[in-house]
Design a protein around this ligand. Structure first.
Ligand SMILES: *[C@@H]1O[C@H](CO)[C@@H](O)[C@H](O)[C@H]1NC(C)=O
Ligand SMILES: *[C@@H]1O[C@H](CO)[C@@H](O)[C@H](O)[C@H]1NC(C)=O
Ligand SMILES: *[C@@H]1O[C@H](CO)[C@@H](O)[C@H](O)[C@H]1NC(C)=O
Length: 455
C-alpha cells in the first residue's frame, strides 16, 4: 500500500471511530467482558441439527463448505477481480457456514440467529418492509416496532466515504453486499441496541451499534434459520471493531472438534477481559495487513512436521503484489490450505513419514479436496504433529487435528489441501487451542487448551 492510501485509511479509521461513537453499557457490571454460545450448525442445539448423518456424510458436507469459502478468498484476492466498486463482498454464501450465534436486537428485544463470520465487515439482518426477504422462522425485524432504531442519515460522513461502500440512495445511506454464489443483500445503514446474553442469563447491552437493515435479499438458502450475518473481520465497521476500547477490541474462542464423538459440549465466543487464559504459555504473533479484504493475515515463516523443519524460502507465504499468496487465519474455512507449490513439499514430507508403516496404502477414498489419503485396514499409525512457525510464535497442531480419521471406514486423510492462492489456517486445525484476536494490540494470541472445559 502506498503512503497516500495508508494515510487515507488511517484517516478513515480515526474518523469512523469518532463517527460510530458506540456506547457499551453492561447491566450488572462495569467490567466489559462477556461471552455468547457458539452454536455449531450440526449440534443438537442448532435449529439446523441434521439428526442422524454418517461421519462420512458430515465430512463431505464440511468439504463443500470449506471449498466454497476458499473460492471466495481466491476471487477476492485477485487484483483484477470483477468486484464492482459499489459492492461489499462477503465470504459466507447462503449455506456455507459453521457457527450461529443467538442475539437480541432492539427495544423491546427480539431474538435472531446470525451467522458468525470472521471474514465479513458489516453485520446485517433482514428488515421490514421487505422488497424481497428469504424464509425466516422468527419474525423479521421491523424498525417501526423498536424504540432504539435510528437510521444513519445521508449527511453522515460514513455515507460520503466510498471506502466502506455506503452510498446515498433514496435519502438512505445504502449498501449492496454480494456473495460468491450470487446471493445478494441490499439495505441501508442504521443503529440499534444489541443485547448479548451469556449462559447465566446476564445481558450486555450495546447501544448505537452500526448495522445493516436489509430489505432486498436474494439467493439465500437459509432454511428459515438465520436472519443475517455478524461480521467480525478487522474492518472498522465490523462488530468487534465497533465495540471499541471498552472491551479492548478483542474476542476469543476455543473450538471443539464437531466431528469427534460426544462433542455435545459447547464453544463460546468471548469478548473483552473474559479470555480464560491459563498458565503462562500464551504466544503472540502480529497480524499482517491484507489490503482490501480485511482478513486476519499472519506472517508464516516455516513449517515443521514431527519437529523437523521443512525450510521453506522466507517469502513462500508472503502476500504477492498481485494479491495472491499470503497467509490468513479463517474460522470459516474448515480445512487448512497451503499454496500449491509449498504443498508439494509438505506432502512429500508426510509421505516420507508414513513410508515405514507397511500396512498403509495410498487411496483416493477421502473426499475432495483432500489429497493425501491412506487406507489403514490394520488400524492407525502414530500420526506426526505439525508446527506452524509464525513471527515470534510456534503453533503446534496436535496429531488428531492434522488428520481426519475415518475410524469406521478405516482410512484417514490430511486436513490440509493445496490451494493456488492464499494459505489458510482452517478451523479443523484450530481445535483445542484458545485463539484471541486482539485487534487493539494487533496480535493473535494463542495457547493450547482442552476446549471441552469451558474456555
Ligand atoms: C463483575 O465481573 C467480575 C469479573 O468477571 C466478576 O468477578 C464479578 O463477580 C462481577 N460482578 C457482578 C456484580 O456481576
Ligand atoms: C486475473 O488474472 C489472473 C492471472 O493474473 C488470470 O488467471 C485471470 O484469468 C484474470 N481474471 C480476470 C477476470 O481477468
Ligand atoms: C519456535 O521453534 C523454533 C524451533 O523450531 C525455536 O528455535 C524458536 O525459538 C521457537 N520460537 C518460540 C517463540 O518459541
Amino acid at each position: 500500500m502506498d503512503s497516500h492510501q495508508y494515510f487515507l485509511s488511517l484517516v478513515s479509521l480515526i474518523f469512523l471511530i469518532l463517527v460510530l461513537n458506540l456506547q457499551l453499557i453492561t447491566s450488572s457490571n462495569k467490567t466489559a467482558s462477556f461471552r455468547v454460545k457458539l452454536i455449531h450448525r450440526d449440534s443438537p442445539e442448532s435449529p439446523l441439527y441434521p439428526g442422524a448423518m454418517t461421519f462420512r456424510e458430515r465430512v463431505d458436507r464440511y468439504m463443500k463448505i470449506s471449498q466454497s469459502r476458499v473460492s471466495y478468498w481466491k476471487s477476492i484476492s485477485m487484483q483484477n477481480s470483477t468486484m464492482q466498486p459499489n459492492m461489499m463482498r462477503g465470504p459466507v454464501g447462503s449455506n456455507a457456514f459453521q457457527y450461529l450465534i443467538l442475539i437480541e436486537i432492539g427495544t423491546p428485544r427480539k431474538s435472531f440467529y446470525l451467522v458468525l463470520d470472521t471474514g465479513s465487515s458489516l453485520t446485517w439482518i433482514q428488515c421490514k418492509p421487505c422488497q424481497e426477504c428469504f424464509e425466516q422462522w422468527t419474525p423479521i425485524y421491523d424498525p417501526i416496532e423498536s424504540k432504539t432504531f435510528q437510521k444513519v442519515p445521508c449527511d453522515n460522513p460514513l455515507c460520503e466515504k466510498t471506502q466502506n461502500r455506503f452510498t446515498c440512495k433514496n435519502q438512505q445511506c445504502s449498501y449492496t453486499m454480494g456473495y460468491l454464489d450470487d446471493s445478494l443483500t441490499q439495505g441501508y445503514a442504521a443503529r440499534e441496541t444489541f443485547h448479548l446474553k451469556d449462559e447465566h442469563g446476564v445481558y450486555t447491552h450495546m447501544s448505537d451499534v452500526l448495522f445493516g437493515c436489509s430489505n432486498l435479499n436474494q439467493g439465500f438458502r437459509s432454511g428459515g434459520v438465520y436472519a443475517g450475518i455478524m461480521g467480525l473481520n478487522i474492518n472498522p465497521i465490523s462488530f468487534i471493531s465497533q465495540m471499541g476500547s471498552l472491551i479492548m477490541r478483542r474476542f476469543s474462542y476455543c473450538l471443539i472438534n464437531p466431528l469427534s464423538p460426544g462433542s455435545a459440549k459447547v464453544s463460546y465466543l468471548k469478548f473483552g477481559l473474559d479470555m480464560g487464559y491459563i498458565g503462562g504459555a500464551v504466544q503472540t504473533t502480529p497480524f499482517v495487513k491484507i489490503p482490501r479484504i480485511d482478513a486476519y493475515g499472519l506472517n508464516l515463516l516455516d513449517i515443521s512436521i514431527n519437529n523437523e523443519r521443512l525450510h521453506f524460502p522466507p517469502d513462500t507465504f508472503k502476500l504477492k503484489p498481485s494479491g495472491f499468496g499470503g497467509y490468513i487465519i479463517d474460522s470459516g474455512s474448515i480445512l487448512s490450505y497451503i499454496d500449491t507449490i509449498a504443498y508439494t513439499t509438505l506432502e512429500a514430507e508426510f509421505i516420507r513419514y508414513f513410508k515405514p508403516f507397511k500396512q498403509l496404502e495410498r487411496t483416493k477414498k477421502c473426499p475432495e479436496p483432500m489429497k493425501l489419503c491412506y487406507d489403514a485396514p490394520m488400524g492407525f499409525p502414530l500420526f506426526p504433529s505439525m508446527t506452524y512457525h509464525f513471527q515470534g510464535a510456534n503453533l503446534t497442531i496436535a496429531p488428531e487435528n492434522v488428520f481426519v480419521p475415518f475410524h469406521k471406514e478405516k482410512y484417514f486423510g490430511l486436513a490440509i489441501a493445496p490451494f493456488g492462492g492464499k494459505s489458510i489456517l482452517g478451523s479443523y486445525q484450530q481445535h483445542n487451542t484458545i485463539f484471541t484476536y486482539d485487534i487493539g494490540s494487533n496480535v493473535l494470541a494463542f495457547v493450547g487448551a482442552d476446549c471441552s472445559k469451558d474456555y
